[in-house]
Design a protein around this ligand. Structure first.
Ligand SMILES: *[C@@H]1O[C@H](CO)[C@@H](O)[C@H](O)[C@H]1NC(C)=O
Ligand SMILES: *[C@@H]1O[C@H](CO)[C@@H](O)[C@H](O)[C@H]1NC(C)=O
Ligand SMILES: *[C@@H]1O[C@H](CO)[C@@H](O)[C@H](O)[C@H]1NC(C)=O
Ligand SMILES: *[C@@H]1O[C@H](CO)[C@@H](O)[C@H](O)[C@H]1NC(C)=O
Ligand SMILES: *[C@@H]1O[C@H](CO)[C@@H](O)[C@H](O)[C@H]1NC(C)=O
Ligand SMILES: *[C@@H]1O[C@H](CO)[C@@H](O)[C@H](O)[C@H]1NC(C)=O
Ligand SMILES: *[C@@H]1O[C@H](CO)[C@@H](O)[C@H](O)[C@H]1NC(C)=O
Ligand SMILES: *[C@@H]1O[C@H](CO)[C@@H](O)[C@H](O)[C@H]1NC(C)=O
Ligand SMILES: *[C@@H]1O[C@H](CO)[C@@H](O)[C@H](O)[C@H]1NC(C)=O
Ligand SMILES: *[C@@H]1O[C@H](CO)[C@@H](O)[C@H](O)[C@H]1NC(C)=O
Length: 407
């Protein structure tokens, strides 16, 4: 080896040493994900906002985030079950993405999804900033993929994108053992902690604490906030294959081979009413993994799951085991319960509208309210029929709004 060669290889070594030193600086051990102290290894369901930079379709969004059950994307956004995957989605609109979350070492990140295949011209920063709209940083992508030098990535290489999430319980809903669905909310311009808390049924202090924010004025547009969504109570038992069926406020889920649709929505505000899951056969959906849906009629009642009889008997979804759907048929005292069927007038509804609740005195006095349900539906103008039934205790036992939903 000549002196010249020795010198140049020393220089190379030096350069590469400096480079790896710089890379180490470039890839600091950033705090991954949201705080998650939960040590169970079972993944939980999470949600995150995505604001696509360009016009796209629901199919492209599903594929970008590795959403395997398209209905879970529809449910997360309360889009109608009949929405096709070719449905366009406009740039800069917000869509909620469902994904499995797992926790380790005090933080929660998406459980090995989404996977992104590097294309020609991509850089880690472009993928983090543009493709995934700043839901992650390039440092976080580098960290979980063991990439020490972000400039050394190859076309065709698969990257795990670590979306932030959590599986921790949050005080506030003791009925469902303080279970929540953590939702990564992208803060809109001009929004405040107080507004976000009201909008999602939590309180400002919980939000500040959960996100380690000491001063509410620090909130910035575009910031990702961990928002704990209330989940609906249900009668689904421990033996059921979909236990615990945790459906977040403002969403629905398909379960039991996609045969059952369970909606979690606020209905009426009497301060301490627990939100109760409303399940019914999922109309127009092809069952998955089985050729035909099992029976969904409560025995000897003529009532399908989700239906309430005129004397306030209710047929509830209680889970599924193997290929049998379980049901709970509750007979409530008719004297403590009434059903009202009311046709509401024409109203214009847009997706994202707030649900508006209106207490109405019940025809027969003492107990019961009818709720006027508005919004979270698609663009269609429609007259709604709401059928509600409340017990004196305040537990809603029936709730049906035919035609609710829409593209
Ligand atoms: C999306 O919003 C950004 C920032 O407000 C704007 O610069 C961009 O033009 C918008 N894109 C589209 C397609 O509307
Ligand atoms: C866990 O977190 C600690 C401190 O946050 C860090 O030093 C350690 O390297 C992490 N361990 C793993 C396996 O990521
Ligand atoms: C969005 O469209 C612009 C203009 O066509 C393009 O440069 C950019 O790469 C696109 N962004 C993504 C994430 O595809
Ligand atoms: C990164 O390296 C760690 C430790 O060597 C390993 O446990 C982990 O599976 C690797 N991750 C990936 C995505 O290759
Ligand atoms: C941990 O997460 C699991 C679901 O992944 C949940 O069932 C359990 O209740 C959680 N435990 C705590 C203490 O948050
Ligand atoms: C449910 O969500 C609605 C709309 O986002 C919100 O107004 C309400 O406070 C939430 N209710 C609960 C109990 O979380
Ligand atoms: C169908 O079966 C596959 C494989 O067992 C499972 O991963 C999937 O969740 C099932 N789908 C439904 C809707 O039950
Ligand atoms: C599930 O049902 C199938 C067909 O009815 C039956 O062969 C199988 O033994 C059942 N499995 C369990 C665990 O009950
Ligand atoms: C009606 O409800 C009240 C209070 O919940 C209860 O005390 C009463 O026994 C109920 N009446 C009937 C007939 O069930
Ligand atoms: C309510 O009142 C109407 C007429 O006043 C009566 O026909 C009906 O039976 C009452 N319903 C209940 C549940 O008491």
């Amino acid at each position: 080896m000549t002196t010249m060669e020795t010198r140049s290889s020393t220089t190379l070594l030096l350069i590469s040493l400096i480079f790896s030193f710089l890379s180490a600086l470039i890839v600091p051990s950033t705090a991954l994900g949201f705080t998650c102290k939960n040590t169970t290894t079972v993944a939980c369901e999470s949600l995150i906002d995505y604001i696509p930079p360009n016009d796209t379709t629901l199919a492209s969004i599903s594929s970008l985030f590795g959403v395997t059950n398209f209905y879970s994307l529809l449910g997360a956004n309360f889009f109608s079950l009949s929405t096709p995957s070719s449905q366009p989605f406009a740039a800069n609109d917000t869509i909620r993405i469902p994904f499995p979350c797992s926790c380790s070492n005090g933080s929660g990140i998406s459980d090995k999804v989404p996977m992104y295949t590097i294309k020609s011209g991509d850089s880690l920063d472009y993928i983090a900033t543009n493709v995934y709209a700043r839901l992650v940083t390039y440092q976080e992508i580098a960290l979980v993929n063991n990439i020490s030098d972000p400039s050394l990535i190859k076309v065709g290489q698969n990257l795990w994108i670590p979306l932030p999430c959590s599986c921790d319980k949050v005080n506030g809903n003791p009925i469902v053992e303080n279970q929540v669905v953590h939702y990564g909310h992208v803060v809109a311009k001009g929004s405040s902690v107080e507004q976000i808390a009201v909008e999602y049924g939590t309180d400002a202090n919980t939000l500040l604490e959960l996100n380690g924010i000491s001063n509410a004025n620090q909130l910035q547009a575009g910031q990702l906030l961990d928002v704990p969504l209330t989940v609906c109570d249900s009668v689904v038992g421990k033996d059921s294959e979909d236990y615990p069926l945790l459906v977040a406020n403002g969403t629905y889920a398909l379960t039991a081979y996609n045969c059952i649709q369970c909606k979690c929505q606020p209905n009426i505000y009497i301060s301490n009413i627990t939100m109760v899951l409303h399940c019914e056969p999922s109309e127009g959906v092809k069952p998955s993994n089985i050729s035909q849906c099992p029976s969904m009629e409560c025995p000897n009642s003529g009532l399908l799951i989700g239906q309430t009889s005129s004397n306030c008997m209710v047929c509830d979804y209680a889970g599924y085991v193997n290929t049998t759907i379980l049901m709970s048929y509750d007979s409530f005292s008719a004297s403590n319960c009434s059903v009202e069927q009311k046709k509401f007038g024409e109203r214009k509804e847009r997706r994202g509208d707030k649900i508006e609740n209106q207490k109405r005195n019940y025809q027969n006095g003492s107990h019961g309210f009818a709720a006027l349900v508005k919004g979270l539906a698609g663009g269609a103008e429609a007259s709604k029929v709401a059928m509600m039934c409340f017990l004196a205790s305040g537990r809603e036992i029936g709730f049906d709004v035919p035609g609710f939903g829409g593209g």
